[in-house]
Design a protein around this ligand. Structure first.
Ligand code: ATP
Ligand code: TYD
Length: 234
């Protein structure tokens, strides 16, 4: 498989064409950003850790009958994926109130949410990713009722599979963000699932094991990413 032209460069990953029409390379870079790109740093090896964890979680989800874009790995930080027509929705699933939910609504951080809460934002940096509801999604022509139902069902399935996995590792899956895209035969889980896109709390100590360490300067980000990767991959 040959790396072709750069198709897209986002905040933390670069996407390349290949010599096959329906295959892309997703390179996880060492850039880390928070607060709409307001805080930025480069952390050596971060891309490789997130790529490895993402690969592991995608394979795990495939074994639990979730269709993902993963085909394989090119190198430690580059994933070979099925090309999708991405749906510009940030699908967030929450098991515990934290982050923007605790900031914007009258609920205390740490409050368990049962059943889990799905929040869907428009993926549009220039508009600061405004929150959507079903009617807005249909009015904007972003998805159909049938497709949105599939997206929500799959998001909840991803949540129950991963929440159980993390629980067995002594970690609470507080919340996470995923993206979906359209493939030849329906909707696939795309993008990534990594320490950059999940909130993970140690069940014993409550310690953050994710990008909140970077967002709020809670310690050595790479030491935490290394430690949590080892726990997940062990
Ligand atoms: P954000 O950080 O808010 O997710 P971004 O666009 O800056 O946004 P990156 O992760 O840096 O995000 O870029 C990766 C891009 O590749 C995203 O736009 C994502 O939607 C897109 N992408 C992921 N998987 C696929 C795929 N299988 N086919 C096509 N595009 C994909
Ligand atoms: P959220 O609490 O809404 O935002 P913030 O982390 O900025 O306070 O985030 C919920 C979860 O989704 C959290 O695990 C981070 C993840 N997420 C992303 O990975 N990218 C995004 O653009 C957003 C909005 C959230």
């Amino acid at each position: 498989m040959k790396q072709g032209e750069l198709l897209y460069s986002g905040k933390a990953k670069s996407v390349y064409l290949t010599d096959e029409d329906d295959v892309l390379l997703v390179k996880f870079r060492d850039d880390i950003t928070a607060f709409d790109g307001g805080k930025k740093e480069v952390l050596s090896e971060k891309g490789a850790f997130n790529a490895r964890v993402s690969e592991y979680l995608f394979r795990y989800l495939e074994r639990h009958h979730v269709k993902t874009h993963l085909i394989g790995m090119m190198d430690r930080s580059t994933m070979l994926v099925r090309r999708l027509e991405m749906i510009p929705l940030e699908v967030i699933v929450r098991n515990v109130a934290a982050g923007s939910m605790a900031r914007n609504y009258p609920i205390k951080e740490g409050t368990p949410l049962d059943p889990p809460v799905i929040v869907i934002d428009l993926k549009d940096d220039a508009r600061h990713d405004p929150m959507l509801n079903d009617d807005l999604i249909f009015a904007l022509g972003l998805s159909t009722p049938e497709e949105l139902a599939t997206i929500k069902r799959e998001a909840l399935r991803v949540n129950s599979v991963l929440a159980a996995l993390f629980d067995s590792l002594g970690i609470t899956l507080v919340d996470f963000k995923i993206e979906f895209g359209r493939g030849k035969d329906g909707v696939y889980l795309g993008d990534e699932i990594s320490m950059d896109s999940m909130r993970l709390w140690d069940k014993k100590t409550g310690e953050s094991l994710d990008k909140d360490v970077f967002r709020f300067g809670k310690g050595d980000v790479m030491e935490v990413y290394r430690r949590v990767s080892e726990r997940i991959l062990s």
